[in-house]
Structure formats: structure tokens, C-alpha cells
Design a protein around this ligand. Structure first.
Ligand SMILES: [Zn+2]
Length: 245
């Protein structure tokens, strides 16, 4: 299972693009980074993406999705497979609003007819097969709701978790359990961070509770050091196997 970090920065950070993670070149978790250009640098194509998962409806996690959908709609080559967009309840309406407000009814219509994405509504406790992956969802607490953390497991049993944006809560803890790698937001370094986010000492306590899971810190306001954790940067790629730890 290959993870490529497209965006490692927090919403208003200058140390990295907004959130976006690519799994095996075909699953996109969040879409705040300028994905169409970055997937080419990752030696893949937006046409290879078969599943997009949104953790929540903040701009830094979703505002590039219209460009992904438009690039697929207006490309010369047709995407070989269907595109599924999974996210919290309201995802279909949110994406329609992004497309309409961003580019108007013509582009929204072209996306609807040429890309025709399917939607999967996910919620706390969802455990479904999407695009060949097991996708488990956990409700987390953030400054906007609904917000989800995800765990993706491939056919070989390797698993990567994604916190999305979250403060400390039960859903966040459940989403970490058993993951080989956990992509954990760490917006703050020096003290509690407002807006429903984690900071360094909270992340350190999560790491201590999950010694079998490797942590990759992302959604960064600055790039610092936490012993035992990997620190994300844009275009970082990691290969994850079930026994990676
Ligand atoms: Zn965010």
C-alpha cells in the first residue's frame, strides 16, 4: 500500500499545501491540495482515481475537488472506471454547491453527465467495501460537523488511518486501533489549538496508547520534531505493508 502526501499543511499554513493524500495512486483522501497537477508529479493521473473520500466540508480539505471533477469531465481521454465520492451525510449536496458556486451550472452539468460520480454516504460505524478497499468510518469532533476519520485496508491486510481534523475524542481513538500507519493531524506544537484540532502533547499521548501503529504527523502549521513520529512533507511517499511496524 503506497501513500503519497499531496498536502501536509494546515488551513492557513505556509509550510505545505492543504490536505490531500493519495493511496496506491487511485484513492484520494481529502482534496484541498492542487490535486490535478500534483498527481502528475506522483507519476499517476486523475483518471486513475476511483475513490475520493472527504473527511469534512472545510475548504482546506475540499476546494480542489471541482478541478479534479472538471479535469476528468473535459479531458480528451475518458476515465476507464467509475468514480465514487464518499463522505459524511450531505456530501452530494456539498459537491454540487462547490461546482455551481465555483464554475456555474454548465460545468456542474458536464460533471454530472460525463463523470457521473456515485456517492457513498458514510457515518460513524460504516464498514464498507469501496474501490477494492475496506473503508471504516468513525465520527470525530471538529469545529464543523459531520466530520469523519477513516481507516483503509487493502486486500493484503495493510491499513492506513486518517484522522481528518479532530480534537481528542472517542471516535479518533477508535480510528487508530490496529492501523499500520496513522496520518494524524498535528496542527499545534506549543499548546492547545482552537478550532477542534490536536497539538503535540495530545498526539504524543495517542502514540503512547498505540505502540503498534506508526504515526505520520500532517496538517502542520510548522514542521517540527516529535520523537517517534514521522513528519509529513508535500510529495512524501511511503510504502506500507501489514507488518510495517
Ligand atoms: Zn483542515
Amino acid at each position: 500500500m503506497k501513500l503519497t502526501v499531496l498536502g501536509s499543511g494546515s488551513a492557513f499554513s505556509t509550510c505545505g499545501c492543504n490536505a490531500g493524500y493519495l493511496v496506491d495512486g487511485r484513492v484520494l483522501v481529502d482534496c484541498g491540495a492542487p490535486v490535478p497537477a500534483l498527481v502528475r508529479r506522483a507519476a499517476t493521473s486523475i483518471h486513475a482515481i476511483t475513490l475520493v473520500l472527504l473527511t469534512h466540508f472545510h475548504a482546506d480539505h475540499s476546494f480542489s475537488l471541482p478541478t479534479v471533477l472538471g479535469a476528468r469531465a473535459f479531458a480528451d481521454e475518458a476515465a476507464p472506471g467509475a468514480l465514487v465520492i464518499g463522505g459524511p451525510v450531505g456530501t452530494r449536496e456539498y459537491v454540487a454547491r462547490l461546482l455551481g458556486d465555483g464554475y456555474g451550472s454548465y460545468v456542474r452539468h458536464e460533471v454530472d453527465t460525463r463523470v457521473a460520480p456515485e456517492y457513498a454516504v458514510l457515518q460513524d460505524g460504516s464498514d464498507v467495501e469501496l474501490a477494492g478497499y475496506r473503508v471504516q468510518s468513525h465520527a470525530v469532533v471538529h469545529s464543523t460537523g459531520p466530520s469523519l476519520a477513516y481507516r483503509l485496508t487493502d486486500a493484503a491486510g495493510a491499513s492506513i488511518g486518517f484522522s481528518g481534523d479532530s480534537e481528542m475524542c472517542g471516535g479518533l481513538r477508535r480510528s487508530i486501533a490496529g492501523c499500520d500507519l496513522y496520518v494524524c493531524e498535528c496542527t499545534g506544537w506549543d499548546g492547545p489549538t482552537p478550532g477542534g484540532h490536536l497539538w503535540r502533547d495530545e498526539v504524543a499521548s495517542l502514540m503512547a496508547s498505540n505502540p503498534g501503529t506508526r504515526f505520520l504527523l500532517s496538517h502542520l502549521s510548522a514542521r517540527r520534531h516529535l520523537p517517534g513520529a514521522l513528519i509529513a512533507h508535500d510529495m512524501l511517499s511511503l510504502e506500507i505493508s501489514p507488518d510495517a511496524t
